[in-house]
Design a protein around this ligand. Structure first.
Ligand code: PGA
Length: 249
């Protein structure tokens, strides 16, 4: 899953999409999601319309339904233009936009209600990690969604474990480190809903590159990646999608 964040212009969007479409056959068994900025979502949906296996996601949705919320975009609107996924609670939104656990849970619920698959981002800061609080923080973020959405919350959802200290730093979690947290996440979901846990896709995000993707994706509970910086470089993103192929083989 590629998260372009607030980068690029129409021309870059078009050439990235063309490159992904051109190589689609080389990762045909992998589900690929591209998340451009909102203003380029329409052109992305159109460009990918005839490309099976590659769909679009939004980087965020409003916590509100339609109405008097200037500047916001509702989950229903994102669905209406063809988004199938939405990133919810990315750490940049939690820190820069002040999104609290309850707000994130509200957005998660809005996505589900609009028939969009929410991709819930969870992860600890460097300080929390150093204090040995990783598990506690991640499970608290999961619990907030359960509190708002009930025991069926993760039946149709994706979780992305993104340690904040690994995002955009070039310092990815090691496969063992990431696997341990992914295992905890699946365990927490299994306690409430074993079936949802078995089918849950848990992505790792934070400095995933073509060079480390395969090793990360080889872990039992790492089902794919949420890719930031490397999703802006066609060759890198394509390499990462190809690295995910063996998992589905
Ligand atoms: P990165 O970002 O791949 O640039 O570390 C990941 C993300 O923020 O989703």
């Amino acid at each position: 899953m590629g998260n372009w964040k607030m980068n690029g212009r129409r021309q870059e969007a078009q050439s990235l999409l063309s490159a992904v479409v051109t190589h689609a056959a080389s990762f045909s068994d992998v589900d690929v999601v591209v998340c451009p900025p909102y203003v380029y979502l329409g052109l992305a949906v159109e460009r990918l319309a005839d490309c099976p296996g590659i769909v679009c996601g939004a980087q965020d949705v409003s916590a509100h339904a339609d109405g008097a919320y200037t500047g916001e975009v509702s989950a229903a609107m994102a669905r209406d233009i063809g988004c199938e996924f939405a990133i919810i609670g990315h750490s940049e939104r939690r820190t820069l936009c002040g999104e609290t656990d309850p707000v994130v849970a509200e957005k998660f619920a809005r996505a589900l209600a609009a028939d969009i698959t929410p991709v819930l981002c969870v992860g600890e800061t460097a300080k929390e990690r150093d204090a040995g609080r990783t598990r506690e923080v991640v499970l608290r973020q999961i619990d907030a969604v359960y509190a708002a959405c009930g025991t069926r919350a993760f039946e149709r959802a994706v979780v992305a474990y993104e340690p904040v200290w690994a995002i955009g730093t070039g310092r990815a979690a090691s496969p063992d480190e990431a696997q341990a947290v992914h295992h905890d996440i699946r365990g927490a979901v299994a306690q409430r809903n074993p079936e949802a846990a078995a089918g849950l896709r848990i992505l790792y995000g934070g400095s995933v590159k073509a060079q480390n993707a395969r090793e990360l994706f080889a872990c039992a509970d790492i089902d794919g990646g949420l890719i930031g910086g490397a999703s802006l470089v066609a060759g890198d993103f394509i390499g990462i999608c190809q690295a995910a192929c063996f998992k589905s083989a």
